[in-house]
Design a protein around this ligand. Structure first.
Ligand SMILES: CC(C)(COP(=O)(O)OP(=O)(O)OC[C@H]1O[C@@H](n2cnc3c(N)ncnc32)[C@H](O)[C@@H]1OP(=O)(O)O)[C@@H](O)C(=O)NCCC(=O)NCCS
Length: 179
């Protein structure tokens, strides 16, 4: 469990599947993600199973819980994927699936906890990320976290009937420590 001022990050549970089905089948959320097919219970069950087996060393995922008085509410998830033990890098991902919680600072705090965990506990050297170019909130979010814009993949993503650029980001361990 990683604890912040307004959020907690905790490991996945099988009972989280109902939240994931809601979030990953919401077109307003999915328009910003790499995934695009309808999310099924069978896929989520298999994914969670793999987190305990074949993906146990390559993917670290947490549910984001917003603190609300004495209780908490599950609002999204975040993770480091494709953790590479030679090059010491990983790919960052995040989704706040509960839309009422967008733009209230939860995403930045959750990401700070996760990135810190990646550099300080997993001993990563570099974390990569990316966003579809029309996701202005995500682009500001990455810059606020200290990610550097490293490139633009032209027309790399097809969304809402047209092609969009993908903005690539990266942050190095020494840049994070310097913040
Ligand atoms: C992207 C996401 C993780 C950001 O988290 P959040 O909690 O909504 O954002 P925060 O409140 O932490 O805001 C981060 C920064 O984004 C900017 N921002 C917030 N709302 C914005 C908006 N509507 N448009 C443009 N920028 C915005 C702000 O500059 C803010 O920095 P500030 O505090 O200095 O003003 C979250 O909105 C989300 O999960 N969205 C849906 C899925 C998604 O886009 N995932 C990311 C895929 S790359």
């Amino acid at each position: 469990m990683l604890k912040g001022k307004t959020v907690l990050l905790r490991p996945f549970r099988r009972s989280d599947i109902s939240f994931f089905l809601k979030w990953f089948n919401d077109p307003e959320v999915v328009q910003y993600l790499d995934m695009y097919l309808p999310m099924t219970e069978m896929f989520e069950e298999k994914f969670i199973e793999e987190l305990g087996t074949t993906r146990a060393r390559s993917d670290v995922l947490f549910v984001i819980e917003a603190k609300e008085g004495a209780s908490t509410k599950s609002i999204g998830n975040c993770g480091l994927h494709g953790i590479d033990s030679k090059d010491r890098n990983a790919i960052f991902g995040i989704i706040i699936g509960e839309k009422h919680y967008w733009s209230k600072g939860y995403g930045v705090e959750a990401a700070q906890l996760l990135i810190n965990y990646g550099f300080q506990q997993l001993n990563l050297h570099r974390i990569s990320s990316g966003a579809v170019a029309f996701n202005e909130r995500s682009i500001k979010f990455h810059k606020k976290l200290g990610f550097q814009e490293e490139g633009r993949l032209r027309q790399a993503m097809f969304k809402n009937g047209q092609y969009h650029d993908r903005v690539e980001f990266g942050i190095l361990r020494e840049e994070w420590k310097g913040l």
